[in-house]
Design a protein around this ligand. Structure first.
Ligand SMILES: NC(=[NH2+])NCCC[C@H](N)C(=O)O
Ligand SMILES: [Mn+2]
Ligand SMILES: [Mn+2]
Length: 305
């Protein structure tokens, strides 16, 4: 159970995977929005393990136009992987604050290798407006934050794909995408090829978030020790999450987003989580960082009553 374990806050200020810089400011914005006292208030112990910093790099050189800034992203991913592993080895529940979504390769490499070494495995719930299932060949942008899920499943830039040692990092049968409202053509093809389970906004509208989450949790927990949650705030509607770089109209409401998180808490199977794509430079009065704090509380057991 989450409640009797210490939460390890890990900042991952890495922002060259996205369209705009600025997501690297999110770990501090979320601390300033009161994450630690908010979690302590619901009875959790929190240790702030500090930030996993980006290595020095030349911002004027994008590198490969099909996977921009890949070198920095891989170097940062290695450091993040090791920090997440260290937190898990200390018996803590990692709560990683990105950073753009490319950090997920580092986080998930840590989670996946930690469990693999113990003969267990982890599932994955990925919440996002997007699929993040591009590869350098299919990406319309060359932005690596559109590629992390494909990379974790074994398709993408070799050094990213191999961050956990073994490939793929996760078994696709325990992975599920929730909240999607925009996919590129190549992503659709890859989702079909892998048989990746996906609940788009249409399913959320038709079935309701409650049923979607019951099914998603079953997928992620079937034969695993539990799951990692990778939560991209752009899956939430712009009205509640304006501070993010790739907004798509039609995201989840405040209540749907919380019901998603409340289901995560209720099932007791959360192993680790990350909140990504908060960009304080695009935000209004830190609104999106405050949303992240409220959502983290719900994911970690806050009840209204
Ligand atoms: N993590 C994100 N916000 N990803 C947005 C990806 C957008 C688009 N599909 C691309 O590949 O460029
Ligand atoms: Mn994403
Ligand atoms: Mn997204």
């Amino acid at each position: 159970m989450i409640l009797d374990r210490t939460i390890a806050l890990i900042g991952a200020p890495m922002d060259v995977g996205g369209v705009y810089r600025g997501a690297s400011l999110a770990p501090d914005a979320v601390r300033i929005a009161g994450l630690i006292p908010a979690l302590e208030k619901i009875g959790l112990r929190v240790v702030d393990r500090g930030d996993v910093r980006m290595p020095a790099f030349d911002a004027s050189d994008d590198g490969d136009p099909h996977a921009r800034h890949l070198d920095v992203i891989v170097a940062h991913g290695e450091r993040l992987r090791d920090e997440v592993r260290a937190a898990l080895a200390d018996g803590q529940v990692p709560l990683v604050i990105g950073g753009d979504h490319a950090i997920a390769c580092g986080t998930i490499a840590g989670v996946s290798s930690f469990h693999r070494d113990r003969g267990t495995s982890a599932g994955l719930i990925w919440f996002d407006a997007h699929g993040d299932m591009n590869t350098p060949d299919s990406s319309p942008s060359g932005n690596v934050h559109g590629m992390p899920l494909a990379s974790c499943l074994g398709r993408g830039p070799k050094r990213l794909v191999e961050l956990a040692g073994a490939v793929p990092m996760l078994d696709v049968k325990n992975c599920v995408l929730v909240g999607v409202h925009e996919l590129d053509r190549g992503e659709r093809a890859l989702i079909r090829e892998f048989g990746l389970r996906i609940y788009t906004m249409r399913e959320i509208d038709q079935m309701g978030m409650q049923r979607v989450m019951e099914e998603a949790i079953e997928i992620a927990c079937d034969g695993t020790d539990g799951f990692h949650l990778s939560f991209d705030v752009d899956g939430c509607d712009e009205s509640i999450a304006p501070g993010t770089g790739t907004i798509v109209p039609g995201g989840t409401s405040w209540r749907e987003s919380h019901l998603f998180m409340e289901n995560i808490a209720d099932c007791g199977k959360l192993l680790s989580m990350e909140l990504v794509e908060i960009n304080p430079l695009l935000d209004t009065k830190n609104k999106t960082a405050k949303l992240a704090v409220a959502l983290a509380q719900s994911a970690l057991g806050k009840l209204i009553y």
